[in-house]
Design a protein around this ligand. Structure first.
Ligand code: ATP
Ligand code: MG
Length: 695
C-alpha cells in the first residue's frame, strides 16, 4: 500500500473524499465525533505525501492545547517535516506572520498583565475586581475589538455601558503607555498588513493550503484575514459544526461557514454523517436536544451501531451528595470528564475529591471559586477577626458596607497609632483622630463585630458577616449601581456557606482554602478525572461524562439571558448548544445530574432536560435508576461461572461473572473490525474496564 492509501485506509468514503478534495475551498460540515479533526489531520498527512512542502501549510486550531494535540498526532505519523508546518491558534500564527514580515511587534501583554490592568482600573472606579469581573470586562473588550470597534466609537447611554467605555478606554491607554500589545492588536495589525496588494500576494503564495478546525467559532476579523489570505488559487479547508458554536458572546458566528459560499465561486461541501465517538443512546438523546434549536442547518446523523447503556440521571439531595455519587463511580479508573456550566459549581466536587484523595485535574483558567471577589471579601473579614493586625484585610473590607472612611491617610494613621500603643488595629479603630462622630460610631460597631466572629463556628461567622455586618447590603447597592443581578452576585457566598459547614471555625476554613489552592497548583499528569466547564471541553472526548448541576437559571445561565429582548432567542439557543457540546463528549457512558437542592434552596431542573425526556421523580425512584441498571438479567449472570456468549444475547447493562475478573457490567457491545468474526465487549470489572473478544 502506498502512503496515500494508508492515510485513507480506515476512513469512510466521505471522510476520504474530504481528505483528497481538490480545487477551491472545502467546507466539512458535520456533527460531533464524525471525524472532522481526524480528517483535517489526515489531510495534512495526505498533502505532505503528495509532495506539498511542509512550510506551505498553515493549520489553525482553536486553542494552544488543540495545536499541541495535533502536533503530537502528526509527529507520530510523519515526524520529519512537522516542525516546518505553521500550526497554532490564529494569534500565534498571525504573530509569526507579522514578525516574518519584519514588523516590530511590541511585547505582548501576558494574560496576567491584562487582567492586572483591568483589575487596577476597576479598583480605581471602586468596582469589584475579582477574576470573574475581570474576565467579563476582558471578554467584552475582546468582543469589541473582534468587530473592529474602538472605545472612542462606542455610543453609550446606560450607566452600565458608560462604565464599560471608561474601562475600555483606560485599558487601551495603559497598554499604549507601557508599550504593549494584546492578542486583538495582532489581529488588527495582520488585517492591515494585508492592505498592501504586494504583501497580500506574497502571503497568498506562501500558504498553498490553509486548514482551520472548529471553524464555527471564528469571528469577523479572523474571517476577514482568512479571506485576504485565500484569494489566490490555494486551498482553504475548514471543518466545523454550527451546532457547536458556543463563543457567540465573544463575537464568533457559524454564519461564516455559509459566507464562504458567497465569497468564493466554487466551494466543495462535504457532509459527514457517522458519529464514531458515541453509542447510539448518546447520539439519540443529544440529537433530540439540538433539534429543538430553530437556527441551525439540518443534518442527518447516524452512529456506528454501537449500543451502550441508556443515559443515566442522577438526582442527589444536594451538591455534596452529587459529588459523592460521582466520585463513587470513579473507582474503575475509566477515563472520565466531569463538566459544569460555571466554575463555582465545581466547589463541592473539588472539596470532595481532596477529602477522598482522588487525583483530579481542573482545566487551566477555570478559576477556582475561592478567588471570587465576594469570597475574598468574606475571607478578609475572617482573617482580620483572627489577626487584628491584618492591614490589607482591613483596607479591603472597611467600606463594604459603607462606613464612610474615604480619607487616603486613615490607614496609615491607624497603623501608626496601633504600633505606638502596641495594640491591634482593631483596638484603635474607634479612637482614630479626625473622625466625625458618625464615622466613629461605625468603627466602634465594626470593632465589636470583629471581636465576635472568632467565637462562632465557620458557617455562623459567614452568615453573620453577610447579614448582620451588612456585606449583603454592600452587594445589593453594588448591583444597583452597576446593573448586575443581585442573586448572581450572592451566589458565591451561598456556596461559601456550604463549604463552611465542613469546618469548625473561620481558621479551619481559611486553612482548607489554602490547601485547595496548593492541590490545584500541583495537578497530577495522569488524573482519574478531568474537571472543566462545558466551554473548555469542546473538541475533547471521554469514555464517561458527567454533566452536573443542570439546574434552571444555571442552564441557560441567567447572566447569558441578560441581553436585549431581540437577542434572547439567540442566547437561549447558544446555551442549548453548550449542553449539546457537553453531552457529545461522551463515548460510552453519559450521566446527567441535577440535585434537588442547590445552595440550600429547592431548585428545579434546567428546562432543557424536559426536552430530552427528564421527568421529575421522587428521589428514591431516581436513585434506583442509578444504582440498578434498567436492563439487568440477574438470574442468568449470577449463575454463570464463565463468560460464554456463543449465540447468546449480550446487552449493555447486563451483569455477568467472569472466572478471572469476577463481577462485571457490560458497557458496550461492538462489532469486530473488518471481517473478523465475533464481537468486542467492553466490561467494567472492579479492577477497571476491560475489552474482551467473543465469537
Ligand atoms: P468534535 O465535533 O467533537 O470536535 P470531530 O468531528 O472532530 O468531533 P474526531 O475527534 O475527529 O471528531 O473523531 C471522534 C472519534 O472518532 C475519535 O476517537 C476518532 O479517532 C474516531 N474516528 C473518526 N473517524 C473514524 C473512522 N472512520 N473509523 C473509526 N473511528 C473514527
Ligand atoms: Mg474536533
Amino acid at each position: 500500500m502506498d502512503a496515500s492509501s494508508m492515510i485513507l485506509a480506515d476512513l469512510n468514503q466521505e471522510q476520504a473524499q474530504a481528505v483528497v478534495a481538490d480545487g477551491g475551498p472545502v467546507v466539512v460540515f458535520a456533527g460531533p465525533g464524525s471525524g472532522k479533526t481526524t480528517v483535517l489531520t489526515r489531510r495534512v498527512l495526505y498533502l505532505l505525501a503528495q509532495g506539498v512542502p511542509a512550510d506551505q501549510l498553515m493549520i489553525v486550531t482553536f486553542t494552544r492545547d488543540a495545536a499541541n494535540e495535533m502536533k503530537a498526532r502528526l509527529l507520530q505519523i510523519s515526524p520529519k517535516q512537522i516542525h516546518q508546518i505553521w500550526i497554532g491558534t490564529f494569534h500565534a500564527l498571525f504573530l509569526k506572520m507579522l514578525r516574518t514580515a519584519g514588523i516590530m511587534v511590541p511585547t505582548l501583554a501576558s494574560g496576567f498583565k491584562q487582567n492586572e490592568w483591568i483589575r487596577q482600573l476597576l479598583a480605581q472606579n471602586e468596582l469589584p475586581n475579582d477574576d470573574e469581573q475581570v474576565a467579563m470586562f476582558m471578554n467584552q473588550i475582546g468582543l469589541c475589538k473582534g468587530n473592529g470597534i474602538l472605545p472612542e466609537q462606542l455610543q453609550v447611554k446606560k450607566e452600565k455601558n458608560r462604565i464599560f467605555k471608561k474601562i475600555y478606554l483606560g485599558y487601551e491607554q495603559l497598554k499604549q503607555q507601557h508599550r504593549y500589545w494584546d492578542f486583538d492588536d495582532i489581529l488588527m495589525a495582520t488585517y492591515h498588513l494585508l492592505d498592501d496588494k504586494k504583501v497580500r500576494i506574497y502571503w497568498q503564495e506562501r500558504f498553498q493550503h490553509i486548514l482551520v478546525d472548529e471553524f464555527q467559532d471564528i469571528n469577523q476579523i479572523q474571517y476577514d484575514i482568512l479571506l485576504r489570505l485565500s484569494q489566490h488559487d490555494q486551498q482553504l479547508f475548514v471543518v466545523g459544526d454550527d451546532d457547536q458554536s458556543i463563543y457567540g458572546f465573544r463575537g464568533s458566528h457559524p454564519r461564516f461557514m455559509l459566507q464562504l459560499e458567497q465569497d468564493f465561486n466554487s466551494v466543495s461541501k462535504v457532509v459527514l454523517e457517522t458519529n464514531y465517538r458515541s453509542t447510539d443512546e448518546i447520539i439519540a438523546v443529544s440529537d433530540r436536544l439540538i433539534t429543538k434549536n430553530k437556527h441551525r442547518a439540518q443534518k442527518r446523523r447516524a452512529g456506528t451501531g454501537i449500543q451502550g447503556a441508556p443515559i443515566k440521571w442522577l438526582s442527589p439531595q444536594d451538591e455534596e451528595e452529587e459529588a459523592i455519587q460521582m466520585i463513587e463511580q470513579l473507582r474503575d479508573g475509566m477515563h472520565t470528564g466531569i463538566l459544569y456550566r460555571t466554575s463555582t459549581q465545581a466547589r463541592a466536587l473539588v472539596d470532595a475529591c481532596i477529602r477522598k484523595e482522588i487525583p483530579f485535574s481542573i482545566a487551566e483558567g477555570d478559576r477556582i471559586f475561592y478567588t471570587r471577589f465576594q469570597v475574598q471579601d468574606i475571607l478578609a473579614y475572617l482573617r482580620l477577626s483572627m489577626n487584628g493586625n491584618d492591614l490589607d484585610a482591613l483596607a479591603q473590607i472597611v467600606n463594604k458596607p459603607k462606613r464612610y472612611l474615604y480619607q487616603s491617610d486613615w490607614l496609615d494613621a491607624c497603623w501608626r497609632m496601633a504600633r505606638k500603643q502596641q495594640v491591634s488595629l482593631i483596638e484603635v479603630l474607634p479612637q482614630l483622630p479626625g473622625l466625625e462622630s458618625y464615622q466613629k460610631k461605625h468603627m466602634k460597631t465594626l470593632q465589636e463585630q470583629l471581636l465576635r466572629i472568632p467565637l462562632m463556628c465557620a458557617e455562623e461567622a459567614v452568615a453573620y458577616i453577610c447579614e448582620e455586618i451588612g456585606y449583603f447590603r454592600y452587594l445589593e447597592s453594588f448591583a444597583q449601581r452597576t446593573g448586575n443581578d443581585v442573586a448572581t452576585l450572592k451566589e458565591p457566598i451561598e456556596e461559601l456557606l456550604l463549604a463552611a459547614r465542613h469546618h469548625q471555625d473561620g481558621q479551619a476554613l481559611l486553612a482548607h482554602i489554602e490547601h485547595v489552592k496548593k492541590v490545584i497548583q500541583n495537578q497530577p499528569h495522569d488524573p482519574v478525572v478531568h474537571l472543566m466547564t462545558f466551554h473548555k471541553a469542546k473538541g475533547l472526548e471521554f469514555d464517561r461524562v458527567f454533566l452536573m448541576g443542570l439546574h434552571a437559571m444555571v442552564l441557560p445561565h441567567r447572566r447569558s439571558l441578560n441581553v436585549a429582548e431581540h437577542r434572547k432567542n439567540e442566547a437561549w439557543e447558544e446555551e442549548r448548544r453548550l449542553l449539546y457540546v457537553g453531552m457529545t463528549r461522551a463515548k460510552t457512558e453519559l450521566y446527567l445530574s441535577v440535585s434537588q437542592m442547590r445552595q440550600g434552596k429547592k431548585i428545579g431542573p434546567s428546562p432543557f432536560l424536559k426536552e430530552i425526556g427528564y421527568q421529575e421523580a421522587s428521589p428514591s425512584v431516581m436513585k434506583q435508576q442509578v444504582m440498578k441498571p434498567t436492563r439487568t438479567t440477574p438470574n442468568r449472570t449470577q449463575s454463570q461461572p464463565h463468560l460464554k456468549f456463543i449465540d447468546e444475547v449480550v446487552d449493555p447493562e447486563m451483569k455477568l461473572h467472569h472466572f478471572k475478573f469476577g463481577e462485571g457490567l457490560v458497557l458496550k457491545v461492538m462489532p469486530m473490525e473488518g471481517v473478523a468474526p465475533g464481537r468486542k465487549v467492553m466490561i467494567r470489572f472492579t479492577h477497571g474496564v476491560t475489552e474482551l473478544h467473543y465469537e
